[in-house]
Write a protein that binds this ligand. Structure first.
Ligand SMILES: Nc1ncnc2c1ncn2[C@@H]1O[C@H](COP(=O)(O)OP(=O)(O)O)[C@@H](O)[C@H]1O
Ligand SMILES: [Mg+2]
Length: 264
């Protein structure tokens, strides 16, 4: 060893000399090179098509998830991929068009490929519990890649409850917009705000739940991502309508839409 580190020794060359002439050297070298290879730059839609199974408990059309079934969602969920520069994605939508399912694909992707702290917000804590049982449990249980990363809540020391799911290098917290404590429970790199038009104007008198939750992403600055979506309620009062109007200028929005529909 001293010969290698000594200043007078010949230049270190991993593939030459006696240093790598031992049993298993080739395997070791291969493992080293594999470790240097980055994960495939999968997009969220590619991940969903490859790994996601819709459970009969949670979906009207159980079986393999196909982005082609809801093609207008492709551009939206792909903007959630780590390689995409968008940081805040606003979706004003109609009911039952696969938006929550798109957010769930993102949750699956984060657990499997881009772990970090994630906060998913439903209008109330009651709805958050229901969302966890009816949508998140099947998401995890039906996909082997997720099942092996998230332990069932009932197992001892799983680190998991209905509203909190640990996985290697990350944590998913599910909460309600009516709970200020839940909204400021942790720093979040990823934030999924679902059905924001049903949020109360103030969480426990601490102010706007969307602003409270978004404040949790600040420490992650450009590495954070926020997804806000809702069916709009009353014109002029709707939160998602306001967010949508304040987002990209109309010509850019039109181009996004053209992209979502394959250029038409
Ligand atoms: N790509 C898809 N393939 C098959 N079923 C889907 C797909 N996307 C959504 N669904 C199903 O359609 C229904 C509505 O989806 P959901 O995500 O709850 O809609 P939204 O949040 O827009 O109201 C659910 O039963 C969901 O599982
Ligand atoms: Mg929904």
């Amino acid at each position: 060893m001293s010969a290698v580190t000594s200043p007078s020794s010949p230049k270190f060359e991993p593939n030459s000399g006696d240093l790598f002439a031992f049993d298993g050297a080739e395997e070791l070298s291969q493992a080293w090179r594999d470790g240097l290879t980055p994960d495939p730059a999968l997009t969220v839609s590619e991940w969903a098509d490859r790994h996601r199974i819709l459970s009969p408990r949670a979906s009207a059309e159980p079986g393999r998830y196909r982005t082609d079934r809801t093609p207008y969602m492709r551009a939206i969920i792909d903007a959630l991929s780590p390689t995409h520069p968008a940081r805040r994605i606003v979706v004003m939508k109609s009911a039952q068009v696969g938006f929550t399912e798109g957010g769930n694909n993102w949750i699956g992707y984060v657990i499997h490929h881009a772990p970090g702290p994630m906060l998913a917000v439903q209008p109330t804590v009651e709805l958050a519990k229901r969302f966890s049982r009816q949508r998140i449990d099947p998401l995890v249980n039906e996909s082997p890649a997720l099942r092996e990363r998230v332990k069932p809540a009932r197992s001892r020391d799983a680190g998991n409850t209905v509203l909190s799911k640990e996985f290697p290098a990350g944590l998913l917290v599910i909460t309600g917009a009516n709970s200020a404590v839940g909204l400021r429970s942790m720093p979040a790199r990823y934030l999924f705000l679902d059905e924001v038009d049903a949020y109360p104007p103030s969480a426990d008198e601490e102010g706007d739940p969307v602003a409270l939750a978004e404040a949790r992403t600040r420490t992650f600055s450009w590495r954070s991502k926020v997804l806000l979506g809702s069916t709009p309620t009353i014109h002029g009062l709707s939160r998602i309508e306001r967010e949508y109007e304040a987002s990209d200028p109309p010509d850019l929005r039109r181009r996004h839409l053209a992209g979502a529909y394959g250029g038409r």
